[in-house]
Design a protein around this ligand. Structure first.
Ligand SMILES: Nc1ncnc2c1ncn2[C@@H]1O[C@H](COP(=O)(O)OP(=O)(O)OP(=O)(O)O)[C@@H](O)[C@H]1O
Length: 240
């Protein structure tokens, strides 16, 4: 379990408490500036919490070594920048750093999962935006973390790759991995998450099943948009 207890970060989050469970896909939603990235960074142990604590299976993240944290938590930031112009395969292999190996099996599996095996020999800085996003997520998967925390992982992806990635993350959750995704697309959150956290101005205003957290009343209240859900469960669309 990955837990936030009364976490406050000045100007970013106010007294946020939540419990994320392994084996579930949790979506974090909210308007721009609501605190989604801040919460994800805090849950990854990358942003110091001013007050409160984040714990992983009962241990404060701050008490774990960097290597332990990196083995357990794979984090994909919102910005998709590649600092080194190395071949794609080498970049994905960097996901193995916390384990001190370059085992080919998880690297090959990550390249296949993100449909980038054909790019393995390309220089990383020669890729398109969506290809870069998939390579950076492959680096996270190659580390075989217990938790995958990804900030808007679908933003640069075409529809086919979005759905393929969501299916892959769903099967990871079924294998017991904790999957936490910041999502702007509320339909993806509605259709693919087990649970949705809604943030508004740094406050956690919902922590519930998708149809409760993303009710039309909540969307009106938080996003100030009058919208309706249409379609069948699992394939719903939002009209506004
Ligand atoms: N490094 C920082 N220093 C101070 N304030 C920050 C910093 N980063 C973000 N903030 C502020 O904290 C609040 C929450 O930002 P955050 O990036 O967590 O929001 P978000 O919900 O992820 O937004 P978006 O949807 O726009 O990516 C915003 O008001 C933002 O301006």
């Amino acid at each position: 379990m990955l837990e936030a207890r009364h976490v406050s970060i000045a100007g970013r989050l106010t007294d946020v408490s939540c419990t994320l469970r392994a084996g579930e896909v949790t979506a974090i939603c909210g308007p721009n500036g609501a605190g989604k990235s801040s919460l994800l960074e805090a849950m990854a142990g990358l942003l110091p919490v001013g007050q409160g604590a984040v714990t992983l299976d009962g241990s404060r993240l701050g008490d774990l070594s960097l290597q332990e944290k990196a083995r357990k938590i794979g984090y994909l930031p919102q910005e998709h920048t590649v600092a080194w112009d190395v071949p794609v395969r080498r970049l994905v292999e960097l996901g193995r750093l916390p384990h001190g190996d370059r085992r080919s099996e998880p690297v090959d599996a990550a390249l296949a999962a993100l449909d980038i095996a054909h790019l393995a020999d390309r220089r990383a800085q020669s890729l398109s935006g969506g290809e870069t996003a998939r390579v950076l997520l492959a680096r996270v998967l190659a580390g075989e973390p217990e938790w995958i925390l990804a900030d808007e992982p679908l933003a640069a992806l075409d529809l086919g790759h979005q759905l393929a990635l969501l299916a892959h993350l769903r099967s990871a959750a079924q294998r017991g991995i904790g999957v936490v995704l910041v999502l702007h697309d509320l339909a993806h959150a509605m259709n693919h998450a087990d649970r949705v956290l809604v943030l508004d101005s740094g406050n956690l205003v919902a922590d519930a099943a998708p149809d409760d957290a993303l009710s039309k009343e909540r969307i009106q209240q938080v996003w100030k948009v009058t919208a309706n859900w249409i379609g069948d469960r699992g394939k719903m669309a939002l009209t506004a």
